[in-house]
Every structure is written in structure tokens, then in C-alpha cells.
Design a protein around this ligand. Structure first.
Ligand code: CAO
Length: 546
């Protein structure tokens, strides 16, 4: 054990910055590079990462306090041996800050420009191929000089790209998910006002003009940081990159979350709180509210250009009873509708011979009769799906704009039928767990789902989902993909059937499988291969080891 001092590393040109968020507390176990605090200057917000892994012993900074390069952030107890005498506190090697702050430069204004003006990505420091995560304006909007047009984000920082001119947006040249670099065209504006030019030299600008910052020059129109206090356009959520990422993963609309941090900053706890409020029904997202409104008015499909939903006075034909749908049904209904409409989904049906696997499952349960854990077919299916997902990784991916995000983790969701409606708890890291552990967790999660006690974290992060109706019955069905996943496996009840072995019919236990997949990501041939491979594994589970 050693005590390690974590200090503020080189934070570029910034002298003193304010601590605006404490992201860990005493007793927390942190990984190396995990963000510890967020600091903010008048130009940028940055997360200060931990230079070592360990347990937080003491926090040496306070909210609102000022720090600079070399300031002590906290003391960590690490598992390893300290690089110097173990009794003395050791200064950790200073890591680079998570966010390199964009250079701040005063821009002079050259008034009286009109005509089409190009706004390009200015010097954004060392960042390359940063993703556009927010469009802050739309065609037709009037923008002021220095107003943020888009927000870009690397894995380290988020920044706003400001307009170098005042004018009306004629064309947006980027879309959500695009990757941009210095010099890339962001928008074309009809200039009506000032053009920002380097403070040192303010040449007359005649339209059309490319307002592009020279790559190496600090004296250029800078990329404004995402959290420029006082200058951020109204409504821009005030949150650190990691909180934004967390919100995106949960599908939380950040602009609807109230920040409890310094200067209204949105913290991870705020995002969690918002999620819980939505789950408990206390709060509705604006999107859900709009969808519910549309559904409650008959879901008339007007937005899709469809003919109106039939309005029928059912009471005319016989006695009726009207009941409000459960909250979970309303929420899942809105999600199912979106997924059914937006995903070009195809379903492949197949059968797997599980005669031997079922015999093994039954004998395993007999051998462990005294154990409270019952091994279920679904646990084997989860394990088999992980093997198939590893062999065909696009089934474990998600669409992000024009890119595919391949996930190197295998979290499997399973649909659970509850008195309040359908819920999808998630077995995290199913690849690392054995059948007993998966069965145990599934039992616990299914119980929590039925008792309405699942936490948002227990329902998030799935990379693939299985919906099993095997305990109930049926033959095949077409499950709806749980976006942003790209495939889902539906399973029905196994039955003993005569299967031709080349010489005679043999009684074999056959499991019906229905794989629904997103045709934007997966081709029919790949889906057939996935099902065939899954069937082979279920037919001979030793293949999981290969
Ligand atoms: N074929 C034949 N029998 C099966 C089977 C299959 N594919 N899958 C399960 N069974 C059997 C089990 O062995 C068990 O039998 P015993 O009681 O004799 O041991 C019985 O059916 C009940 O199983 P179960 O459903 O309780 O357990 P499970 O692990 O299969 O499923 C869970 C757990 C939570 C997924 C399930 O209870 C559930 O909620 N299923 C519904 C999912 C759903 O609604 N999907 C639709 C989504 S789209 O609207």
C-alpha cells in the first residue's frame, strides 16, 4: 500500500481555474485516468484525471476553490509500492489534462459585411476527427458573432464552434455524428454584420469569404469552449463531457435536466435523478409527452402523413370499460413505436436441436437439487448468444450516424414479463460469467422487475436482447429491436419433433428461434449464418469453448 498525491497537471495557458465539480468522494475506488474533478476557467471546462488507481483517502480541494498546475487534488491509497519511501506521500506522475483548453483570443469586428460567408472549424488544438454532437442552430436562424453553431466532442472534451460572422444561417454543412477537423466547412451564412478576424490584423473582408483560422496561429478565431460562462446560448446544457456521455448512453435529454452543481451545472447525480424520476412517472421527457399526446389523441399518424386513426364509438356496439394503460406500458409503447417505424427490421426463423442440452440442464439441476439456483434454458441461450455475437460482431454494434460502434463488451438484456408491463433487465459482462451466475442474476433481476424495483442502471447498457416466451408457449414471433441495439432473439417453447437423420425419423427436442435484425447494419446472409451458428452451439455446447 502506498499513499499517492494526485496533483493538477499541466493545464496549458490557464493560471488559476475554479473547481466546479467533485466527481469522486472519500472511499471511492478510482481507476487510472478516471476523472476526479472538473475545473473551469472563463474559457473552458476540463476534467482532471487520476494519475493512479486506488482508493480516495482524502480530498484536498473544495467546490468553488481555485487550483492551478501542481495543486494537490487528493490523496490516493494505491495497491502498489510507492515509487519513493512508502512513508512519505508521493507525487504521482502528472498526466496530461483530459481536456486541452482551446486558445482564447480577442476577436476584432469588421462591420458591414453581407453576402454568403463560410464558417469553418477554427484551430481546435490537438484534436482531430471530433464528432459533432449538437447542432445549436438551424437554417433560417439569425446568429450573432461568436454564437455557438455546433458542439463537437472528442473522448476528452467538448467544445462549441462559434460563428465568426453575424448573419442568417443559409446552409448547415455538418450533421450530427459527422467527424470534423480544422478548416472543415461548418455553415454558410448570409452575412449581415461583423466578421471576426485576428486581433492583430483586421483586413477588409469582401464576400464571399472563407473565415478560416490559420492552423498554427493562436491569434485566430478560437473554438469557444462548450461551457463558456455567460456566453453559452440560452438552453445549452451546462455539463462536463463525461456527464454528457453518460446522459447520451441513458438516452437522457440533457437540456431537460436541472443542474444542481455550481452555476447550474448538470452533474452525473442530476442525470441519475432525472432518469429515476422518469422511471417513477414523476417526470416525462418532452419527447414522451409529445408521443403520448399523439397517442392519446388517437395516435393519428399525421406526422407520418398517414390517414387518420379510426375513431370508433365502441359503446355503440356493446358494453365497454376504459382503463388507463400502466406507466411502463406507455413508456415502452413510445419506444416500441419508434423502433418499429424507424428500423428496417427483418426476422429469420430457425430451429435448434437442444435435445442433449436440455438433458444436460435437467441432470445439472438434479445434481444440484439442494441448491436454490435453478439452471434455466435462457442462461444457456445467453451464453450461446455471446459466442455468436463474438463471431459476428456487427450484431453487437450500434449505428452512430454513418458509423458503426462495435462494443467490446457483451451485456445481454432479457425481456421480463411483469404485472406492470414489459421490462428489460441486463446481465452485464455475460461473457465473463458462468451458467450458474447468469441463472442466479437472472432470477434476481426478474424478481426485481416484477416487484418494480429495477434501477435504471440495471436496465441500461445492453448490447443485444433475448425475448423468451419459452415458459409460456407459441411457435415463432417477430420481436422488435431494442434500439440502439441492432438485433434481438425471440425464443419460443421447445417441442419434440420427428427429425430425419438420413435413415430414419428421430424424436428431437427442437427450439424455435426468431432473430430480428436491422437491415441497415446486417445482411440477410449474415443473419442466416448467425442463426446457423447459434443452432450449432445449442446443438453441441462444447463449441462455446472453441
Ligand atoms: N421451451 C420449453 N420450456 C421452457 C422454455 C423453452 N424455450 N423456456 C423455459 N421453459 C420452461 C422452464 O424450464 C420452466 O419449466 P419448469 O417450471 O418445469 O422448470 C418454465 O418453462 C417456466 O420458465 P420461466 O419462464 O419461469 O423461466 P425462464 O428462465 O425461461 O424465463 C423470464 C425467465 C423472466 C424471461 C420469463 O419469466 C419471462 O418473463 N418471459 C416473458 C418474456 C416476454 O414477455 N417476452 C415478450 C417480449 S415482446 O412483448
Amino acid at each position: 500500500m502506498a499513499i499517492v498525491e494526485v496533483k493538477v497537471p499541466d493545464i496549458g495557458d490557464f493560471d488559476e481555474v475554479t473547481v466546479i465539480e467533485l466527481m469522486v468522494k472519500v472511499g471511492d475506488t478510482v481507476k487510472a485516468e478516471q476523472s476526479l474533478i472538473t475545473v473551469e476557467s472563463d474559457k473552458a471546462s476540463m476534467e482532471i484525471p487520476s494519475s493512479a488507481a486506488g482508493v480516495v483517502k482524502e480530498i484536498k480541494v473544495a467546490l468553488g476553490g481555485k487550483v492551478k498546475e501542481g495543486s494537490l487534488v487528493l490523496l490516493l491509497e494505491t495497491a502498489g509500492v510507492a515509487p519513493v519511501a512508502a512513508t512519505a506521500p508521493v507525487q504521482a506522475a502528472a498526466p496530461a489534462p483530459v481536456a486541452a483548453a482551446p486558445v482564447a483570443v480577442a476577436a476584432a469586428a469588421s462591420p458591414g459585411v453581407s453576402g454568403p460567408l463560410e464558417v469553418r472549424v477554427p484551430d481546435i488544438g490537438d484534436f482531430k476527427d471530433v464528432a459533432v454532437i449538437e447542432l445549436l442552430v438551424k437554417v433560417g436562424d439569425s446568429v450573432k458573432l461568436e454564437q455557438g453553431l455546433i458542439t463537437v466532442e472528442s473522448d476528452k472534451a467538448s467544445m462549441e464552434i462559434p460563428s465568426s460572422v453575424a448573419g442568417v444561417v443559409k446552409e448547415l454543412k455538418v450533421k450530427l455524428g459527422d467527424k470534423v477537423n480544422i478548416g472543415d466547412l461548418v455553415a454558410i451564412l448570409e452575412g449581415v454584420g461583423a466578421v471576426a478576424v485576428p486581433a492583430a490584423a483586421a483586413p477588409a473582408v469582401s464576400a464571399p469569404v472563407a473565415v478560416t483560422a490559420p492552423a498554427a496561429s493562436a491569434a485566430s478565431t478560437p473554438a469557444a469552449p462548450a461551457h463558456l460562462p455567460g456566453a453559452a446560448p440560452v438552453g445549452l446544457p451546462h455539463a462536463s463531457p463525461s456527464v454528457r456521455k453518460f446522459a447520451r448512453e441513458l438516452g437522457v435529454p440533457l437540456n431537460e435536466v436541472k443542474g444542481s452543481g455550481l452555476k447550474g451545472r448538470i452533474t452525473e447525480a442530476d442525470v441519475q435523478g432525472f432518469t429515476l424520476s422518469v422511471m417513477s412517472g414523476a417526470v416525462q421527457t418532452l419527447a414522451a409527452a409529445a408521443q403520448n399526446k399523439s397517442a392519446s389523441s388517437g395516435g393519428d399518424g399525421a406526422a407520418l402523413g398517414l390517414i387518420p386513426w379510426p375513431k370508433v364509438d365502441f359503446a355503440k356496439f356493446g358494453p365497454i370499460e376504459r382503463k388507463e394503460m400502466s406507466r411502463i406500458k406507455k413508456i415502452s409503447g413510445a419506444n416500441l413505436l419508434r423502433n418499429a417505424i424507424m428500423i428496417p427490421a427483418v426476422t429469420n426463423h430457425d430451429d435448434a436441436d437442444i435435445t442433449d442440452l436440455e438433458a444436460f440442464r435437467v441432470s445439472t439441476n438434479k445434481e444440484n437439487e439442494r441448491s436454490s439456483v435453478k439452471v434455466t434454458m435462457l442462461a444457456f441461450l445467453i451464453k450461446a448468444c455471446v459466442a455468436a455475437l463474438k463471431k459476428y460482431p456487427e450484431f453487437n454494434s450500434s449505428l452512430d450516424g454513418d458509423a458503426l460502434v462495435y462494443k467490446n463488451y457483451w451485456h445481454i438484456g432479457f425481456a421480463a414479463d411483469t404485472p406492470n408491463g414489459l421490462m428489460v433487465p441486463v446481465i452485464k459482462d455475460a461473457d465473463k460469467k458462468g451458467i450458474f451466475q447468469i441463472s442466479t442474476e437472472m432470477g434476481e433481476l426478474a424478481k426485481k422487475a416484477r416487484d418494480g424495483k429495477l434501477s435504471p442502471a440495471e436496465m441500461s447498457g445492453a448490447t443485444f436482447t433475448i425475448s423468451s416466451l419459452g415458459g409460456i408457449g407459441g411457435r415463432y414471433f417477430t420481436p422488435i429491436i431494442n434500439a440502439p441495439e441492432v438485433a434481438i432473439l425471440g425464443v419460443c417453447r421447445s417441442t419434440t419433433e420427428p427429425v430425419w437423420d438420413g435413415k430414419a425419423f428421430q424424436p428431437r427436442l427442437m427450439l424455435p428461434l426468431s432473430l430480428t435484425w436491422d437491415h441497415r447494419v446486417i445482411d440477410g446472409a449474415a443473419a442466416a449464418r448467425f442463426n446457423v451458428y447459434l443452432g450449432q452451439i445449442l446443438g453441441d455446447f462444447r463449441r462455446v469453448l472453441l
